[in-house]
Design a protein around this ligand. Sequence first.
Ligand code: C6P
Length: 404
Amino acid sequence: MLDIHKIREDFPILKREINGKPLVYFDNAATSQTPQVVIDSIVDYYSNYNSNIHRGVHTLSQEATDAYEQARKKIQVHFNAKKEHEIIFTSGTTHSINMVATGFTSFINKGDEVIVSALEHHSNIVPWQMLCERTDAVLKVIPINEEGELLMDKYENLLSNKTKLVFVNHISNALGTINPIKKIIELAHNVGAAVLIDGAQATPHIKTDFQALDVDFYVASAHKMCGPTGVGILYGKEEWLNKLPPYQGGGEMIKEVTFEKTTYADLPHKFEAGTPNIAGVIAFGVAIDYMNSIGFDNIAAYEKELLAYGTEKLLAIDGLKIYGTSPEKTSVISFNIEGLHPYDIGTIIDKLGIAVRTGHHCAQPIMDFYNIPGTVRASFSFYNTKEEIDTLVEAVKRAKKMLS
Ligand code: C6P
């Protein structure tokens, strides 16, 4: 059992008022809030050991380097990667996906096929479309059903010896569907294809084991799991990261530079050119410690309760429809009210202190599938309460009355 009221004390922002009302923060799928320990770690870094890493012999540089590398170790352990250097720090999920999509240019030939799902965020569509344009490869799409679930039989039919890569999200940001990624990876490996899993929406809710999944690449962002913005990871199996060319050239990613020839540094440095977000990486490590101190099993059980409660209460509103109704889903409720625009609902409930996301959620193909312009998306975290859901329900009823 989590002591939610005690947990809420860890998040200074949750004391804020918006338009004279207590903040109800239900936009956790866009970014999660930051606990004081994570904020403190950033202040501590800049107050006490701000310095560049891997470069100086002086004490500050060594302290910063140690803290940065300790964060990598923590993240390796958290996700059960085999090797520390399989964790590459990036600026976030989008950056990580682009690194792989660009790196694959030299491995893909005309007529090769790559498979994406109809549930993807634009970050896991556009970089691959760009790859296909560069290489004349063919992009195939796994379709979904009305519940917002992938059609696995159709996926099996798409796979062939032409398939080189499959990229699917672990959890849909727009609907909350949890995809059967273990099966997806297994089937792709049977035809010799590599798999990238976009874990941006999964890492805040599920403790993922990279080795058990046997995944080739897994990407995520710190800011969705109580960490700072501008930091993320690219996990890649060592053999893949060794094969992949560097994404950027610059300082720290080289072994030797002459005007005739440059040789690249070993992993992970080959992919970490330039000065990284040092404070952000250290704070990401602290955020993972914080989430583990709450416990991912506790988080999952409590968020399941919030999802069930919110679903029941919202469905009691006349004319309200929820998109994404798979039994396998996380604490995301995407909905519309007949005849009303999601943007209008979002604007009115903001006046009542409630933060939700409205629109296509950077997942336009899903909205096209349902033939809607967008949805109102309420996404819950472990620091939310049932009372806050009651406030949302009352606010939505009020918005409905005002707009009808
Ligand atoms: N989704 C949302 O409101 P970045 O911006 O690089 O940290 O993450 C991009 C991204 C990639 N994949 C998925 C599944 C995502 O959900 C996101 C970010 C936010 O749904 C902001 S658009």
